[in-house]
Structure formats: C-alpha cells, structure tokens
Design a protein around this ligand. Structure first.
Ligand code: ADP
Length: 384
C-alpha cells in the first residue's frame, strides 16, 4: 500500500508529423488506498499517463513516486505495481491457478505452499475457486477478467493499475463487475488508478475523479463535487448524461440580480451576490443541467427564479424518467423529467429554473464563474 504521486509529468511523442504532447505537466497525488479514476475523451492522454506510471512508456519530463521511492527511471518489474488490461493478457496454455501462481513464483521468494495459499485466498476473494483448474479458452469474458484481476491482486502490489478493464464485457456483467471491483479494492485496501473514457463508469466507481482533456488535467475531485462544481465548461459538459445544455448568453440587468439572456429571451436569473465578480453586460456561457429544467411542474414560484416558454420537439420515454427535447426561440435544450411528464411534440410548455442550479462559465477560458448552489450567507453579508 502506498501513495502515488506524479509531479509535472509530461510525455512528448516524436511522430512523423512532428512532436505530439500527449500528457502536459500533470501534478497528481493518489492517496494510499484510494480508488482514483482517470477519465476523459479518447486521445486525451489517459493511457499514456497510466503507461508512464507502469513503466511501459518513458517519461519525457517530471517525476513519479510510489511511497518514498522515485520510480520513473525503474523497470516495470521494480515498481511494485500490477496492471490489468482490457485484453486480459492471460497465459493461454496455463490454468487459472497457473496464471495466478506464475507471477508470484517469479516476483517473490514465497515457498510453494505459501504461494498456493495466496492463490487460494485470492481465488476466494474473487469467487473463482471453481475455475482454478480451467484454461482461459474454457472461460467466459467475465471469468477471464476475474482471473486477470486475480493475477494482479495475488502479488499484493503497492499500486494497482487498470486500463479500461471492463470494456469487453456486456452491459449487465460490466455493471456487476464495477461493484465487484470496488468491493475487492476496498477489501484489499490497495491504491488503484483506473482508466476509462466512460463518464458513468467513472462517476459510479471513483473515490475521486481526475478529469483530463487534451493532455491536461482539468480537475481532481470526488464525483459529486466535480458534477456540482466543475472547474470549467469542459468538466461540466463531460460529466452527466444527457449532457449539460451550454450556450452563449449575455448578462443584461442588475438590481439585486443578474438576468441572463440569449437572443432576447431570459433563461436564468441569479442574485448578484451569488457571483464573485461584476457581470453586468458580460458575455458568458450559460449551463443548465437537463434535470434542472422543470417542465410543467410545480417547482414553486419562490424556488423558480426564472420561467420561460419552450416548444416540445420530441419526448423520449426512458422508463424511470423521460428526456424532453425543447426549442426556446432558436435555442435547443434537453430536459430530464419525471416519468409522469410526457408532453406532446409541438406543444408549448413552461420551463422553470432555480437560481441555485444555474452554471456560468467564462466564454474564452471556459473557467467556472458560478456552479451549483448559492451561498446565502455570503449574499447577506456582501457589502452593497
Ligand atoms: P487516451 O488513452 O486518453 O485515449 P492516449 O494516451 O492513448 O489517449 O493518447 C494521447 C495522445 O497521444 C493521442 O493524441 C495519441 O494519438 C498520441 N499517442 C499515443 N501513443 C502514441 C505513440 N506511440 N506515438 C505517437 N503518438 C501517440
């Protein structure tokens, strides 16, 4: 068990077309025993980061430490970590027992009896005792993935690295394995870095998310913090499904509140005290999460600081809730509503928004100006 740190880690690939900065100055501390999920769109540098930690890729610049040890110059086998891949990478000719025992034999001084006991304990932890004498060809995808996990866990590494390990599994098994993986990681208490491009998977599994875009770390935070308080528009729109509605807007009026307009229509009102700086006449990006657009519902007038009309283009039945696609003037919006709300296409609806649910971002940098919530105390104590 150990803390893992990346200090200003950069990776530049020399490509035929020139240099590609795949990872750009990442600073990150993964705490001892933490389950950290590295997430971002395809090509953002997640795998490269993981492979640098593993030692499968050299570091162009920066430092990686595990516990007290600086490891980025060490061979993978000297780093005391184990990696699980999407492709399982099992030894085909060996049984599950052979696969689990092989690494132990070569990486530890354990005696045969102790190795066998470790294999047995790991198999029990993963629920694969029955498979120990089978070869990979006789196993299902889920079983192979368990054996691959077992092979990593049995070595009791300081750090456990997982690169999209569940993406070959079908949806149901995948969801089951997510829960299993979390249970196992918690039981073993190992520091884990898990890479995925799937934001739902990331949100459900992580102690903390490390969200990357274009080689740059955007935010490191627990899922609920990143969701409610994204550092910028990228994080705000990357997390959540359907994605946050974001569009250009301008702040027109102030008395004691800012009125946020687009195309002459008011989409949000926010008390001036809820925002750090003066926004009068500022161009902003307005963000409204689908679940915060209340369509024809009873969000009471006190809570609904803004109401606007919209026409329904499509209502999509989802079972536990519905998605309603709206047009407010020129602006398209997606709302996520309770199952009882299912307005007809072409109908006009009232949409209510509460000030606390309004997100505002800088149009040029994308940095967050206001995220979810309103600090009432700050508003009351703000000098006028
Ligand atoms: P992700 O895992 O987030 O999909 P990667 O880490 O695989 O992203 O890739 C990050 C960037 O580095 C991409 O632009 C990719 O094309 C580039 N890249 C990855 N591996 C190499 C390589 N071996 N040579 C050149 N460029 C690479």
């Amino acid at each position: 068990m150990a803390e893992l740190t990346l200090h200003d880690v950069t990776k530049v690939y020399d490509d035929t077309d020139g240099a590609v900065t795949a990872v750009d100055g990442i600073d990150l501390t993964v705490q001892d025993g933490e389950f950290l999920v590295l997430v971002g769109p395809s090509g953002c540098g997640k795998s490269t980061t993981l492979r640098m930690i593993a030692g499968l890729e050299t570091v162009t610049d920066g430092e990686i430490t595990i516990g007290e040890r600086t490891v980025h110059h060490l061979a993978p086998s000297e780093r005391d970590l184990a990696m699980v891949f999407q492709s399982y990478a099992l030894y085909k000719r060996m049984t599950a027992r052979g696969n689990l025992g092989y690494g132990l034999k070569h990486s530890t001084d354990l005696k045969a009896d102790d190795r066998e006991q470790r294999v047995q304990e790991t198999a029990e932890l993963l629920g694969i005792e029955e498979l120990l004498d089978d070869k990979p060809e006789a196993m299902s995808g889920g079983q192979k993935q368990r054996v691959a996990l077992g092979r990593a866990i049995v070595r009791e590494p300081s750090v456990f690295l997982l690169d999209e390990p569940l993406s070959n599994l079908d949806a149901k098994l995948r969801s089951h394995m997510r829960t299993e993986l979390q249970r196992i990681q918690e039981e073993v208490g190992v520091t884990a870095v898990y890479v995925t491009h799937d934001q739902t998977e990331a949100m459900t599994m992580a102690d903390r998310l490390a969200i990357m875009d274009a080689g740059v770390l955007q935010q490191v935070a627990p899922p609920e913090v990143a969701y409610d308080h994204p550092a910028n528009e990228f994080v705000g729109t990357f997390l959540g499904s359907p994605a946050m509605n974001v569009f250009d807007a301008v702040v027109r009026e102030r008395g004691d509140e800012y009125v946020v307009e687009h195309d002459g229509r008011t989409f949000a009102r926010v008390p001036t005290g809820a925002v750090e700086r003066n926004l009068l006449d500022a161009d902003v990006r307005l963000g409204l999460r689908p679940e915060d657009l209340h369509v024809d519902t009873s969000l009471d007038d006190a809570a609904a600081t803004c109401r606007f009309e919209a026409s329904v283009t499509v209502s999509e039945y989802q079972g536990n809730d519905n998605f309603v696609y709206l047009e407010a003037g020129e602006q398209s919006l997606t709302a996520r509503v309770p199952p009882a709300v299912y307005p007809d296409p072409g109908s006009e609806v009232d949409v209510a928004v509460a000030a606390e649910d309004v997100y505002l971002f800088e149009p040029t940098t994308g940095d967050a100006i206001k995220t979810r919530g309103i600090d009432a105390e700050r508003i009351e104590t703000r000098p006028t």
